[in-house]
Design a protein around this ligand. Structure first.
Ligand SMILES: Cc1cc2nc3c(=O)[nH]c(=O)nc-3n(C[C@H](O)[C@H](O)[C@H](O)COP(=O)(O)OP(=O)(O)OC[C@H]3O[C@@H](n4cnc5c(N)ncnc54)[C@H](O)[C@@H]3O)c2cc1C
Ligand code: SF4
Ligand code: SF4
Length: 943
């Protein structure tokens, strides 16, 4: 079908202006940064839109649809933008449904929920999990993808074997039709008077009904004979409904990729969460053996059966994931116990017995514990973006990524594909849901190279044709057709059935504005390929968005980690056109920790800030660098703190400091609500003069304590606790001279100043066996000095220091000395742990938790979202207090739900932020303080 020519207004600004007038200024954006961020999704394509609408209600959706239809402007619905097919980008209006993200109603007894489309799958399941329930379909992108996209793509995942695809788990949808009217799309009995009313009211439904009746034979003939299919419109599901006397409308809209209507909510069918789960990783010597083992394994009713071929194992790094060098394929098996007495251990034995009939390279790895199970899944889940690290030019390209064949022929398919790509000399990863015969095929190509480009075009046609002709399969199991497969839908189903698809599209979207170019299109799949982006290191997978606290609050791609990557690496970037977004990043580093492709968005942003250092911050940090003068000033503030740190005075202070604060950032303030720590009248270094190394005194301690600014200047007991704990472990630390580690200085763009302080620290910390830290940010910054001095003479010294930096929790875990702890405590205090982002980025996650769990007076509870940023981020709570409080709200709820009396953490900014944000709901302590308390109790018991 040739899409109707859509008329675009000449001046792009007109679109956004009109929409602002229609639905409100704060919901419509068309600035450079926004349009750049929304020009991509997780596919290989780029299209820059005219305007972005962040809808907040059904009225907003209907008004935007009406406007787009009236003006003939393409309208693309968008959720998380993680599709791999280019279906969430477009040249007109992007309608982002992310802000509609609530669970509206939950019926635990009948196991259903009414949910808005902007909710992230992982968040939905977290909420349902509290009631022992689950929404079954599980795309591997579940941490970041949203319900709207899952519905529109008919997504599924590794657990389709047990739970089916989205289409099998939805009872009803609210759909905005292109007329702006709302349709309650559920399965209506054909003789139900409501069905008659509906047909009377909506002509497209009448046309659909007749089309299904008139072409029942054709539809039956063309039904794909594989266990899953997301190609074309699901007329097959509708025909099944008709055979059962139903007009099963969800079947039409699920998988329609925003081309027939827009969803504002869905009623989901839920399942009980499995009581226990077993995950197994099995390495086979021969690929063909996997194919033979699968039918036998299917008899155990696995919930997931995943395969990775030899090339995939090579590409992701065998050594890194503990995969034997001689494994030809790896199988991941998952079995659930659903409370009906399933004996998982017996099943595990049976599974091992089946697999041992074949040559395995090692014994199957079997895990029951959630953490170990996660480890087994890790390589599989991070696979796609990890492929991005393989080569600077050859990138994983999704163009034949989602084929399905009969399950018993999957090894034959894999063998064919391996030979095909070997013939092309193209590295390729082949993996997927073997139990369903669904293979994901990701070749690595440099599409900017003409030879590779031709290989892509050849592969597209040959492989799809082979899947259809030789295997009788489908070109699309779960990812959707989008732009990438639209060209082949006609070949898949033949011209007659394709013509029915066109008629369905025309009756539901006569003006052709709903996501044009998707599913029904005659354009070649190579149109709109983003050649520039495909040479960059980011896979645009959006995994970082899922952990970015700014995205969490704003739900807008221009305020997100992935969006910022696009903006700051765009050829038209300038600080002036993007200041708003470049200054919004907290530098929390959560994105860096999450990114499987090894991209550090926070660093790219810091690079951009370094091009425009903040002048006011420069004045402050230069004063800070004059240690003696600065400390005298702080002591003066400390002396008068009882006077100025009162509510009235704080309000006055906030007012008086506004002009200075504005020069720091538009949003900066010294909010009176900020719970400030007590400033020390005698700094830590004054209190422990005996620990300060004298030049002439030898030998000095092998251990230095890098206390940083906060522990030195705040009277909060943290520095004392670290020293006391070290002493208990038999170490008398040194407090060598030190300057700010540099984190806040770099955050404001003053890299040269940060380096100046870093040089002092490098010299001062040289020669110590261990440099112990208490502050999360100092820990990370010291470990990051090699990057700060990349290619400079100091790099070697920085690398040497980075290796010796040890957080106090690591020190305690590794220490051979085990100080006495209280034998028993009559009452236990409930303690949760907030994992500071910078400590996570430094790789310290397990030690603090293990220590807390082992303290005698502590009942450790793992709270939800423990690994999410709390919004303090150094001075961010001064730079943008309002946003920082919106961020911490989620943490407050998590603490409340956990029932913790104390929240332990490791970062001074987190401590201030938690004390401010928790509003007294729990006490906040440093991990070292809790360790110190445990040792003190033991001392009292023995004395
Ligand atoms: C690393 C990675 C792994 C993946 N693994 C899987 C997998 O295992 N299985 C799988 O199925 N997919 C997978 N995907 C693809 C993708 O994540 C899923 O298809 C996902 O469900 C898309 O959701 P989204 O929120 O990102 O939707 P988007 O990409 O934003 O949109 C997808 C489609 O939905 C439409 N849409 C969005 N909201 C609405 C609405 N309210 N009304 C109407 N239409 C709407 C859009 O127009 C578009 O056509 C993977 C992607 C990545 C990057
Ligand atoms: S920066 Fe990393 S996590 Fe974020 S979108 Fe790019 S590849 Fe994915
Ligand atoms: S550093 Fe934090 S705020 Fe900045 S982009 Fe990364 S996750 Fe988002």
């Amino acid at each position: 079908m040739t899409a109707p020519t859509l008329i675009l207004p000449e001046r792009s600004r007109a679109v956004a202006s009109d929409l602002r007038a229609a639905i409100g200024a704060d919901k419509v954006k068309d600035d450079y940064s926004t349009l750049t961020a929304y020009a991509v999704d997780a596919s290989i394509y780029r299209m820059t839109p005219k305007a972005v609408v962040l809808v907040e209600s059904e009225e907003d959706i209907a008004a935007t649809v009406r406007y787009a239809v009236e003006r003939g402007i393409p309208l693309t619905p968008r959720a998380a933008g993680t599709n791999l097919t280019g279906s969430a980008i477009g040249s007109g209006i992007i309608l982002d449904i992310s802000r509609l993200n609530r669970v509206l109603e939950l019926n635990c007894e009948e196991r259903w929920a009414r949910v808005q489309p902007g909710i992230v799958l992982a968040e939905l399941n977290k909420e349902l999990g509290r009631h022992g329930l689950l929404f079954g379909p599980d795309p591997s992108s579940g941490e970041m993808c949203k319900l709207g996209g899952m519905l529109a793509n008919n997504s599924s995942g590794p657990h389709t074997l047990r739970y089916g695809a989205v289409k099998d788990n939805v009872a009803a949808l609210r759909v905005c039709l292109q007329s702006g009217e709302w349709l309650d799309a559920k399965a209506y009995g054909l003789d139900d008077p409501n069905c008659a009313d509906l047909l009377k009211a909506h002509q497209p439904l009448r046309e659909l009904r007749s089309l299904l009746q008139d072409h029942a034979t054709l539809i039956a003939q063309k039904r794909p004979m594989v266990s899953k299919n997301s190609c074309g419109y699901n007329l097959f599901g509708l025909a099944d409904g008709i055979a059962r006397g139903l007009l099963d409308l969800p079947k039409l809209f699920i998988g329609s990729e925003g081309t027939l209507g827009l969803f504002s909510e869905a009623t989901l069918k839920l399942v009980e969460k499995p009581r226990a789960t077993l995950t197994a990783l099995i390495h086979f010597h021969r690929l063909e053996d996997v194919g033979e083992a699968v039918p036998q394994l299917l008899e155990l009713s696995p919930s997931a059966l995943e395969v990775m071929d030899a090339n995939t194992l090579n590409l992701i790094g065998r050594a890194k994931h503990g995969i034997p060098a001689d494994a030809a394929a790896t199988l991941l098996v998952e079995l659930d116990a659903d409370g009906t007495g399933t004996d998982l251990r017996a099943k595990a034995e049976r599974m091992t017995e089946i697999c041992r009939r074949y040559r395995l390279t090692s014994d199957p790895l079997i895990a029951f514990d959630p953490e170990q199970r996660d480890q087994l899944w890790k390589a599989r889940k991070a696979l796609y973006p990890t492929l991005y690290r393989f080569d600077p030019k050859k990138k994983p390209i999704n163009f034949v990524d989602d084929v399905v064949v009969p399950a018993e022929r999957i090894s034959e398919l894999i063998r064919y594909l391996e030979e095909f790509f070997a013939g092309q000399h193209v590295p390729v990863a082949i993996f997927g849901h073997i139990g369903n015969g669904n293979a994901h095929i990701i070749p690595l190509l440099d599409v900017n190279d003409e030879v590779d480009f031709q290989k892509m075009v050849q592969g597209y046609h040959e492989i799809h044709q082979t899947v259809l002709g030789r295997f009788g399969g489908s070109i699309c199991g779960e990812h959707g057709d989008g732009r990438v497969r639209a060209e082949f839908v006609k070949t898949m189903f033949g011209p007659e059935l394709y013509d029915l698809f066109v008629r369905v599209k025309q009756s539901f979207d006569p003006s052709g504005v709903l996501n044009p170019g998707i599913k029904i299109s005659d354009r070649p799949f190579t149109d709109h390929i983003d050649y520039v982006r495909l040479s960059k290191p980011c896979a645009t997978c959006a995994k970082c968005n899922a952990v970015c606290p700014v995205y969490d609050v704003f739900q807008s791609e221009d305020m997100s980690s992935r969006g910022w990557f696009e903006i700051v690496t765009d050829k038209d970037y300038s600080y002036l056109n993007s200041k708003r977004v470049v200054e919004a990043c907290l530098n929390c580093k959560s994105c860096r920790t999450a990114c499987p492709a090894g991209v550090d968005v926070s660093k790219l942003i810091l690079d951009r800030r370094a091009e425009n250092p903040n002048k006011m911050a420069g004045v402050i940090f230069r004063f800070h660098a004059q240690t003696a003068l600065f400390e005298r000033f702080l002591k003066l503030l400390a002396r008068y703190q009882p006077l100025w740190d009162r509510p009235l005075m704080r309000r006055l202070l906030d007012h008086l400091t506004k002009p200075f604060m504005r020069r720091l950032a538009e949003t900066a303030s010294l909010s009176p609500q900020l719970v400030l720590p007590r400033l020390a009248r005698r700094h830590l270094r004054d209190r422990y003069p005996e620990l300060i190394p004298q030049a002439e005194r030898t030998p000095r301690s092998p251990v230095a304590y890098f206390h940083g600014c906060a522990a030195n200047y705040f009277d909060d007991g943290v520095g004392d606790a670290v020293i006391a704990v070290l002493r208990k472990h038999g170490v008398e630390p040194n407090l060598p001279p030190q300057r700010c580690s540099g984190t806040p200085i770099e955050t404001y763009g003053h890299r040269a100043l940060a380096k100046e302080g870093a040089r002092v620290n490098l010299a001062s910390m040289a020669g110590y066996d261990k440099v112990v830290t208490g502050c999360a940010s100092c820990t990370l910054m010291l470990k990051d000095y090699p990057t700060l001095f990349a290619g400079e003479p100091e790099q070697a010294a920085a690398q040497a220091l980075a290796k010796r930096v040890t957080h106090i929790s690591e020190f305690v875990s590794q220490s051979p000395v085990k100080p006495a702890m209280a034998s028993s405590q009559p009452t236990k205090c409930k303690v949760a742990y907030h994992s500071s982002c910078h400590l996570r980025a430094a790789g310290v996650t397990k030690e603090p938790r293990a220590i807390l769990a082992g303290l005698p007076g502590v009942e450790y509870v793992e709270m939800q979202d423990a690994d999410r940023c709390a919004g303090g981020a150094g001075t961010y709570l001064v730079k943008d207090f309002e946003t920082s409080q919106r961020i911490v709200e989620r943490k407050r709820q998590a603490v409340e739900q956990s029932g913790a009396e104390v929240v332990a953490t490791s970062c001074p900014a987190c401590m201030i932020q938690l004390r401010t944000g928790l509003q007294g709901a729990a006490e906040v302590k440093h991990v070292a303080q809790l360790i110190q308390e445990a040792y003190e109790v033991a001392d009292r018991q023995t004395s």
